[in-house]
Structure formats: structure tokens, C-alpha cells
Design a binder for this molecule. Structure first.
Ligand SMILES: Nc1ncnc2c1ncn2[C@@H]1O[C@H](COP(=O)(O)OP(=O)(O)O)[C@@H](O)[C@H]1O
Ligand SMILES: [Mg+2]
Length: 417
């Protein structure tokens, strides 16, 4: 009996030890995972395929979580590879888990930008905004705001004092509208300027974000004000870009350090070509302007990818507004949203090709930069993320993607067309 008890006690102790080792290993795994994410570079592309009940789904997501195939026929299969591919059964929570590190970066003093790109009905708004009244199905914007508020409260214990404020704007036919000002329309009067590398839109509300509830209220107000128009493709299709801009400043009194970060969450207008959405007359002008600003966005990525000296940010309001994030100092993540149904094959192909082009972009050689003024020695320059002041997000930037990564463009070329 006594020996039984002794054996049981020994086993329990062993289990405890193994459990603690497993926890430690998990922490190391997570850390390495984060480092890999950083090494992948500062422009990343995630693909998300929306669910469908249709029997004609022609998009397959591989179990590896990074490849996706568009099968237009047995002989015509195009394969693409992205940093991450979310299949139709992916949850909002899984998606946010993958982007939350980037949200943390904004708190650490980076300029961060997240887009959702794709044709109308492909799941852009679902991904970005989702159902704000539902814990499970709410999207990136409400989750990101909650995370930032919570994280700033946690950092307060370490002596950081954060101030956050937000604007929520819509760009429609190159005109800006303030979604936080009830009843305001689109207007040319809002001009965009960059003050110390921070985007300012004149005449739009910048409201303090002090609690999760306040932030949720603000997001709800803006969402309600969004312009939606019916087209043949989707009864409530969005014909404009909406941009949620969160400005973050942090101060560490004891050391005299000060940082400024920002988080831009962008729900882009539908990428579909004019013909298919049945646009005519005024709608046609609108669709052209939407396509123009999306093609400007493509031009900016192309110019960045080629390492051109002149990057055409000024060619559209959207790119000019996002310039600080898109340039070498920022971090950008694009979601390409895909509707897997057969009638959307052409649009899906266009979207995947656009995303492949974005995926090939490599930002400035030094990697993203934290915008922090260190109290020690009052260094005024922007601090490179690989230097000094260690924060959880600080990682050495070494090149871009691992050499083994098959680029989406390359993958598309390799596959049978
Ligand atoms: N991943 C998803 N899971 C569940 N429903 C989705 C998903 N993606 C899109 N939907 C639904 O499909 C419809 C169209 O999506 P939406 O986000 O409005 O498209 P978009 O903004 O690209 O036009 C909505 O009813 C949305 O709730
Ligand atoms: Mg939408």
C-alpha cells in the first residue's frame, strides 16, 4: 500500500514537471513564431476564402494554411501562395489571432495599415467590421480597438501613459466624408497632410478613445453612417473606401521616452470591373473612380516593389492618406477576400493576381521603424526596430521572405494555365 502511494506521488510530481516543461516549450514556440512573422517582411498578404453553399466552389485551400488553388477547369488550375490562407470555415477569432501582433506593433510605435481587398460580396466588410453586436462574429476593427485599449491599460502598469484618438472617414469619388460627424457629406474641403510623418485630415473629428465601450460606440456610429448602394451584384454593396484611423501616443515619464504609432484599418471598395456590376451613368463614373484609386494603390505597390525613387502616392486620396504606412517605415497587411463560386472565377483570378503583386513587395531595407523619442540622450531620430529599447515586437530585420518561399506570382506562372 505504502509503495503504491509512493509511486502515485512520484508520478504526480513527474506530470507536474512535464506540464511545466510543456508550457515553457509553448512560450518558446510562440516567440519563434513571432520572429518568423517578422522575418517575412513588412508587407504581408493573407487570403481569406468566404464560405458558400454553392456546389460550384472552385477555390481550394490546402491544409498547409498557405496555399490556395483556383480551378477554372480540370486543365486550368492556378496556384497561389500567401503568408497565410484562411479557408471558408475560418473564424473571426482565428483571423484576429494572426493579425493581433500587428495591432500590438502600433502600440509599440509603428505605423500600421491593414486592408481588405476583393470584389463586392467576397467578405471584406465581414473581415474588417463583422457583426459588432456579436462577440464571435465581430471583425478586426472592434477587436483591434478593444485590444489596443486593453494593452494600453496593461502598459500603464509599466509606467507608460497612452493617449488614443480615432477618426473614421470614407473616401468616395476622391472626396472625403467624416463618418463621425452625423449628417456630413462627401466634400473636397478635407485636405490631407503629413505632419511629422503622421497623417492629418483637415476638418474631420478626432475623438478620444478611452475605454472599450467608448471605442465600440464610435465604431457603431461610423458603421451606421456608411454609404451603401445597391448594385446587381450585392444588395448592400459598398462603393467607397472606409478608413478607421487610430492615433496612438505613449509617454514614459520616468525615462522621458515618447512614441507615436498609428493603426489604419481599411475596408476597400469592391474591386470588380465595371461591366459586371451593371454600372451605368453616374454609377459608371463612381465605379471608374473606385477602380482608379485601386489601380493607384496597385501602382504604389508596383513602384515600391521595383524600388523606384518616385512612388506615386499623390495620385489618389487613398494612397496619399496611407503614405506613412505604405512607405519603408510602416507595416502593411492586405487581406485578399475571395468568393469561391464559379461565376466569380474571373474576379477571383484578378484579385489573386493583384495580391500576388502586393506579396512581392519588399519595403525599405532597414525594415519598419518605431517612432520613438528615447528619453535617454534625447535621441530625436526615428529608432530602428532592431536597436536599443527592447519591446516585445523588436526583432532584427533580416531580408524579406525566406529563399524557399514560392511567391504567388511564381506559383501562378508555374501552374498550368
Ligand atoms: N467568412 C465569412 N463567414 C461567414 N459569412 C461571411 C464570410 N464572409 C462573408 N460573409 C457574408 O457574406 C456576405 C457578403 O460579405 P461582405 O463582407 O458584405 O462582402 P464585401 O464587403 O466584400 O462586399 C455578408 O452577408 C457576410 O456576412
Ligand atoms: Mg463591404
Amino acid at each position: 500500500m505504502e509503495s503504491f502511494r509512493k509511486t502515485a506521488e512520484e508520478r504526480l510530481a513527474r506530470i507536474e514537471q512535464l506540464e511545466s516543461e510543456a508550457l515553457e516549450a509553448d512560450a518558446i514556440r510562440r516567440k519563434l513564431h513571432n520572429q518568423i512573422q517578422e522575418l517575412r517582411g513588412n508587407v504581408r498578404v493573407f487570403c481569406r476564402v468566404r464560405p458558400t453553399t454553392s456546389e460550384t466552389a472552385i477555390v481550394d485551400c490546402a491544409p498547409d494554411g498557405t496555399s490556395v488553388e483556383l480551378k477554372r477547369s480540370d486543365a486550368d488550375v492556378a496556384g497561389f501562395e500567401f503568408d497565410r490562407v484562411f479557408g471558408p470555415s475560418s473564424t473571426q477569432c482565428e483571423v484576429f489571432d494572426e493579425v493581433s501582433q500587428l495591432v500590438q506593433s502600433a502600440l509599440d510605435g509603428y505605423k500600421v495599415c491593414l486592408f481588405s481587398y476583393g470584389q463586392t460580396g467576397s467578405g471584406k466588410t465581414h473581415t474588417m467590421l463583422g457583426d459588432q453586436h456579436n462577440e464571435e462574429t465581430r471583425g478586426i476593427i472592434p477587436r483591434a480597438v478593444a485590444k489596443v485599449v486593453e494593452a494600453s491599460e496593461a502598459n500603464a502598469k509599466k509606467g507608460w501613459k497612452y493617449r488614443m484618438c480615432a477618426s473614421y472617414v470614407e473616401i468616395y469619388n476622391e472626396q472625403v466624408r467624416d463618418l463621425l460627424k452625423a449628417g456630413s457629406g462627401h466634400s473636397d474641403k478635407h485636405s490631407i497632410a503629413h505632419v511629422d510623418g503622421v497623417t492629418e485630415v483637415s476638418g474631420v473629428n478626432k475623438e478620444p478613445v478611452e475605454s472599450v465601450e467608448a471605442a465600440a460606440g464610435l465604431v457603431r456610429r461610423a458603421a451606421a453612417a456608411r454609404a451603401v448602394e445597391a448594385t446587381q451584384m450585392n444588395a448592400v454593396s459598398s462603393r467607397s473606401h472606409t478608413i478607421f484611423m487610430l492615433y496612438i501616443t505613449g509617454e514614459h515619464e520616468a525615462s522621458g521616452s515618447r512614441l507615436t504609432g498609428c493603426l489604419n484599418l481599411v475596408d476597400l471598395a469592391g474591386s470588380e470591373r465595371v461591366g459586371r456590376s451593371g454600372a451605368e451613368g453616374a454609377r459608371l463614373k463612381e465605379a471608374c473612380a473606385i477602380n482608379k484609386s485601386l489601380s493607384c494603390l496597385g501602382d504604389v505597390f508596383q513602384a515600391l516593389s521595383n524600388g523606384q525613387k518616385h512612388i506615386p502616392y499623390r495620385n489618389s486620396k487613398l494612397t496619399y492618406l496611407l503614405q506613412p504606412c505604405l512607405g519603408g517605415d510602416g507595416k502593411t497587411l492586405m487581406f485578399v477576400n475571395i468568393n469561391p463560386e464559379a461565376p466569380s472565377a474571373e474576379e477571383s483570378m484578378c484579385s489573386l493576381k493583384f495580391a500576388a503583386q502586393v506579396n512581392a513587395v519588399e519595403l525599405g531595407r532597414g525594415g519598419a521603424k518605431r517612432n520613438i523619442v528615447s528619453g535617454i540622450g534625447k535621441k530625436e531620430d526615428k529608432e530602428d526596430s532592431s536597436s536599443g529599447d527592447k519591446k516585445p515586437d523588436d526583432k532584427k530585420k533580416v531580408g524579406k521572405r525566406p529563399a524557399t518561399a514560392r511567391t504567388a506570382a511564381g506559383a501562378a506562372k508555374k501552374s498550368k494555365r
